[in-house]
Design a protein around this ligand. Structure first.
Ligand code: ATP
Length: 320
């Protein structure tokens, strides 16, 4: 079921958009964080130790270049801590790049921050709500912030929530009584309320059951097909990336290690391994994020390549 009456709010009317220009252009974007120091080491602070300072720097996003065309659905894939959320937060004006530039339909996220904020919306796993209020009340509150008229907003909110598989009786019940997955759907509905031309989805289906995942995936497809949205999505679910994305970029330690459409990547890794059938997206992911680090010895030691990969990931997390 399409949502014809959701064709957008007047928010965008005043912003000049060249429909032929690229939706997202990331050029050499870099973000460095400083690790906070444990209290004891702060007390023992000794001045001027450059090596210590260098070690405290985390290169979360390292000179990333990526262009997303209008109406594309692009997936950003990477292990925990690889820099996906940092990249999304730079796109959504929440973080300023230390180097390079990021623009949305030609508007720079730093210089044209307010315009970019009207063009995009972001959904993340830590969406905040008034938990005692219902999904309808939470979304009406958001609609008011966006200057939407009450009756119109009500109609649109009900249509979006229903489209995402939220039962009518749930729409007016307190949000705190809903599962985390359902709350995630409400967060997606809220992000679409402004009819953003670019939607940034940071792990939108993490923790959702398979049916809810499919609801969200169908909705994302519809946003592109019916509403011309451009979508950048991060996910740990390789099947989802395969099913949903026109193109993926795999990042490792803040750098894009490979990008392309999933069919080409699956074929390329199969060729590299001398296999006649394409491999899975999981294999592609593991190949580009860890294959160079896993030796024959590791495979022997852990019993399989996948187990060796899991051990490596655990070790990486511990080091962080
Ligand atoms: N505010 C911050 N201060 C210091 N370091 C940070 C901050 N935010 C992120 N980092 C570090 O930057 C790196 C990239 O983090 P980021 O959250 O972007 O990764 P991610 O790929 O989104 O991970 P996940 O899949 O776990 O969400 C990590 O090493 C993380 O610890």
């Amino acid at each position: 079921m399409a949502i014809p009456d959701l064709v957008p709010a007047p928010l965008l009317n005043t912003i000049a958009i060249d429909p032929t220009s690229d939706a997202i252009v990331i050029a050499g974007a870099t973000k460095v964080f400083k690790k906070s120091r444990p209290l004891l080491s702060r007390l023992r602070q000794h001045k001027g130790n450059v090596e210590d300072e260098r070690k405290r720097n985390v290169l979360a996003v390292d000179h990333i270049d990526l262009t997303v065309k209008r109406r594309e659905i692009v997936g950003i894939l990477g292990a925990n801590g690889s820099g996906k959320s940092t990249l999304i937060r730079m796109l959504s004006t929440l973080l300023i790049p230390d180097e390079g530039s990021v623009s949305i339909f030609g508007y720079d996220v730093v210089k044209d921050e307010a315009t970019v904020q009207r063009l995009i919306n972001r959904v993340s796993v830590e969406a905040s709500f008034f938990k005692k209020l219902s999904p309808m009340e939470n979304l009406l509150y958001a609609a008011r912030l966006y200057n939407m008229s009450g009756a119109d907003a009500r109609r649109r909110i009900r249509a979006i929530l229903t489209r995402l598989g939220i039962k009518p009786e749930r729409i007016d019940a307190p949000l705190e009584d809903m599962s985390r997955g359902m709350q995630q759907k409400v967060a997606i509905a809220r992000a679409f309320l402004t009819s953003p031309i670019v939607l940034l989805l940071d792990e939108p289906t993490t923790g959702l059951d398979p049916r809810s995942k499919i609801d969200v995936q169908h909705f994302v497809n519809e946003l592109r097909d019916v509403h011309d949205a451009t979508i950048l999505i991060t996910t740990h679910d390789m099947d989802e990336a395969d099913a949903l994305c026109d193109r993926v970029a795999i990042i490792d330690k803040g750098r894009i290690v490979v990008s392309g459409d999933t069919a080409t990547l699956k074929r390329a890794v199969a060729d590299l391994r001398g296999l006649s059938e394409p491999v899975s997206m999981n294999d592609v992911f593991m190949h580009y994020t860890a294959s160079h680090l896993i030796t024959e010895e590791d495979v022997q030691r852990y019993g399989s390549w996948e187990k060796a990969f899991e051990a490596l990931e655990a070790q990486r997390e511990e080091e962080e």
